[in-house]
Design a protein around this ligand. Structure first.
Ligand code: URA
Length: 435
């Protein structure tokens, strides 16, 4: 087989066989196919697409390109959760202890963020000493003992995807549905959980800006998961404005903690309850949706979800005192209000722009080697549908650099759009896709 022939075949609209895809992935992972040929193939796939069989073959080839986690030493159904990502998405930090407090085992592998704000791992590092660099033995033991662990994705999990995703990131070939679905699912399948609940975002702050495309991506991932024998469910949720109010690592952790105390923002709480419901159902810990919702509500009210977060943080070396005293989380030196220059109802918030504001403050990575400032970010006081009077605060900015603060204030104001008439915010949960 020659890579040149495969590129030509796909370029001309042909369908790659399972053997051809396996050859291409194995040879690329081994360094015997150069990046320039793989880039050409990714661009050919970007324009020509892949059918269902090709997508399954690509997913399985990448899932089998490295180690696969063996979670057989953990009794019961192990449930994983994955979000396609967005601005202010701190869901895993509140949701995983909630679900674990209801008796479902959470064995989750996470990555760091590339753009905007940090990923789940970065956010969790707001707890001094917290590490996700734990061994597989520690991971399994912790899930058995306290019901939840989040481990950093090792280089040996789906290494072909790691290499390919980095290549796609710099060759404008990320946003192809089959490539996204196979990339995410290859890692989830290699991570070993029995059931996977996906949070597929839609809107201006998501990969998929159109609802129709988000549903199509969700269907593709659910099919891939179920075909591989994992119970897979996808919730499609709004990312047309930031989730909750906090954007920035330690600020998001603080909001997740408030949510576990029953004091979180309405949209974020609702998303945790919805995803939690499907995780409880997938894990066999609830009879139906109503039962699941009751159980999740109970662990918030009786404090057991918060206690679970403290145990989880402590088990991974973090300062669990910060769960009960958030003044111990990283704090920025300056906090300033951004006031509205006009009256009106908030009609739209450019979600990506708010993410960029956090990035500019130092809360995200400009390059993969950037060091994140965990303390900076924004706390939004007004969201879509809210009325604002001129001079009222739209948000508080937390910064450590006055020049960056001034730039962010200017950019932030351009991200808010107003209307004179009342505006209805978009529905948070757009739908659910399951087999
Ligand atoms: N996240 C991934 O892991 N891969 C993609 O291709 C897109 C988002």
């Amino acid at each position: 087989m020659r890579m040149y022939d495969l590129i030509m075949k796909k370029r001309n609209g042909g369908i790659l066989s399972k053997e051809e895809i396996e050859y291409m992935i194995a040879e690329y992972a081994a360094g015997r196919i150069p990046d320039y040929q793989m880039s050409a193939m990714m661009m050919a796939i970007y324009f020509r697409g892949m059918n269902a069989q090709e997508t399954v073959a690509l997913t399985m080839a990448m899932a089998h390109s490295g180690d696969r986690m063996d979670l057989s030493a953990i009794a019961g159904t192990k449930v994983d959760k994955h979000s396609t990502g967005g601005v202010g998405d701190k869901t895993s930090i509140a949701l995983t202890p909630m679900v674990a407090a209801c008796g479902v085992k959470i064995a989750k592998m996470s990555g760091r963020g590339l753009g905007h704000t940090g990923g789940t791992i970065d956010k969790l590092e707001s707890f001094a000493g917290f590490t996700t660099g734990i061994t597989a033995e520690h991971f399994v033991r912790q899930v058995n003992e306290i019901g939840v662990s989040i481990m950093g994705q090792t280089a040996d999990i789906a290494p072909a995807d790691k290499k390919l995703y980095a290549l796609r990131d710099v060759t404008a070939t990320v946003d192809n549905m089959s490539l996204i679905a196979s990339s995410i699912m290859s890692k989830k399948l290699a991570s070993g959980a029995d059931a996977i609940v996906l949070d597929v975002k839609t809107g201006s702050g998501a990969f998929m800006k159109e609802e129709e495309d988000s549903f199509a991506l969700a269907r593709e991932m659910v099919t891939l998961g179920n075909m591989a024998g994992r119970k897979t469910i996808a919730v499609i949720s709004d990312m047309d404005q930031p989730l909750g109010c906090a954007v920035g690592n330690a600020l998001e952790v603080e909001e997740a903690i408030a949510t576990l105390r029953g004091e979180g923002p309405e949209d974020f709480t609702k998303l945790c309850m919805t995803l939690g419901t499907y995780m409880l159902l997938a894990g066999g810990a609830a009879a139906d949706e109503e039962d699941a919702a009751k159980k999740l509500q109970r662990v918030i009210e009786d404090g057991s979800a918060l206690k679970k977060l403290a145990r989880f943080v402590q088990a991974q070396g973090g300062d669990a005192k910060a769960v009960y005293d958030t003044t111990l989380l990283p704090k920025a030196s300056v906090a300033e209000e951004i006031t509205s220059i006009q009256d009106g109802y908030v009609a739209k918030i450019d979600c990506d722009e708010i993410g960029i504001c956090s990035l500019m403050l130092g809360g995200g990575r400009e390059t993969k080697d950037s060091v994140i400032d965990l303390s900076v970010g924004l706390l939004l006081h007004k969201k879509v549908g809210d009325y604002v009077a001129a001079g009222e605060s739209l948000a508080t900015v937390y910064a450590n650099d006055s020049k960056k603060l001034a730039e962010v204030k200017e950019r932030f104001l351009k991200a808010y759009h107003f209307k004179a008439q009342p505006v209805l915010p978009a529905q948070l949960i757009k739908g659910v896709v399951q087999a």
